[in-house]
Design a protein around this ligand. Structure first.
Ligand code: PEP
Ligand code: MG
Length: 316
């Protein structure tokens, strides 16, 4: 019964004292968007992984094909926020027509936004298609680039997106360099979204696909939390949104920590939203900040998790 009650709660994400933390969905297809957008349980889309459109094809989808899918997603979330991520191919998501099969270290190679160096027309077509979808629907998508490492990349991406008439432009923070220089990155863009899956991989120098190293890749590693904290601080200082769209956001205990660090939105698979909403609502912003401090003070991932659990309100 409790699960059903939680699932029926469609109030926006808030701490107990009313500080908003937007609860958003991660999607990969127009069908995902239709499902997640049907109710009002999520406030929008925090990560639309557009690479799904490009996978398992011999050639890239055309501008028209892409525009149609983007418009469908925007219509499913009319009036709500939709963050579209530009193509994140390479590494664990190879593409026949874009990525280089012979890279020795693909996770460190030409992936994500870096594809603009080798196949610039892919990004240009995608931004044009997104602008077409914007014109066709009257909705204003947010757009962000994956795997950005430097403020110069952020500036170049923002300029390209704005040239196409897209007005709210951001980048993912999933490379340690971007987290360390979040203030300079935020000077170039309107928002950032932390990809904690890749951030953990690169901070811990641990392949995210190697199960036997999962203790190092743990989302509770204090070094990962440090970089999330630094990025959230930079967002607050700039007065710009700094969200999380990696798997961390779907963990209700971690969600309280993230809210306590000042993260402004949490994007996750739609099914994880009810428990996260509940956990947030049991804590004031000050209590969430205490939970975050407890986790940051720990010296290992299991200790950080245990410390956060001990600091939670007893209702959770
Ligand atoms: C991430 O890296 O945390 C992220 C959200 O992107 P992806 O999992 O698609 O690499
Ligand atoms: Mg990523």
């Amino acid at each position: 019964r409790v699960a059903r009650t939680l699932a029926e709660d469609t109030s926006p994400g808030r701490t107990a004292d009313g500080v908003p933390v937007a609860l958003l969905a991660n999607i990969g297809t127009a069908a995902d968007a239709a499902r997640a957008g049907a109710g009002s349980a999520v406030e929008g889309v925090g990560l639309f992984r557009t690479e799904v459109l490009f996978l398992d094809r011999a050639t890239a989808p055309t501008r028209e094909e892409q525009a149609e899918v983007y418009a469908e997603v925007l219509r499913s979330f009319a009036g709500r926020k939709v963050v579209v991520r530009t193509l994140d191919a390479g590494a664990d998501k190879p593409l026949a027509f874009a990525t280089q099969p012979d890279e020795e270290n693909p996770a460190l190679g030409v992936r994500g936004y870096r594809l603009v160096r080798t196949v610039p027309e892919l990004l240009d077509t995608q931004l044009a298609a997104l602008a077409d979808a914007q014109a066709a629907t009257g909705e204003h998508p947010w757009v962000m680039a994956p795997m950005v490492s430097t403020p110069v990349e952020a500036r170049d991406f923002a300029a390209a997106a704005r040239r196409h008439g897209l007005t709210t432009v951001g980048v993912m923070v999933e490379v340690p360099a971007a987290a360390l220089r979040a203030e300079a990155i935020l000077a170039e863009v309107d928002f950032v979204s932390m990809g904690t899956n890749d951030l953990a991989q690169y901070v811990m120098a641990t392949d995210r696909l190697r199960g036997e190293l999962s203790d190092l890749l743990d989302r509770w590693q204090p070094a990962v939390l440090d970089l999330v904290a630094a990025t959230a601080r930079a967002g607050a200082a700039a007065g710009k949104p700094a969200g999380v769209c990696g798997e961390s956001a779907a963990d209700p205990v971690m969600a309280v920590v993230l809210a306590g660090l000042g993260v402004t939105s949490l994007s996750m698979s739609a099914g994880a939203v009810p428990l996260v909403r509940y956990a947030l609502a049991q804590h004031t912003a000050a209590q969430a900040a205490d939970v975050a401090l407890a986790a940051l003070a720990a010296s290992s991932a299991p200790e950080a998790y245990a410390a956060a659990c001990r600091a939670l309100r007893p209702e959770v």
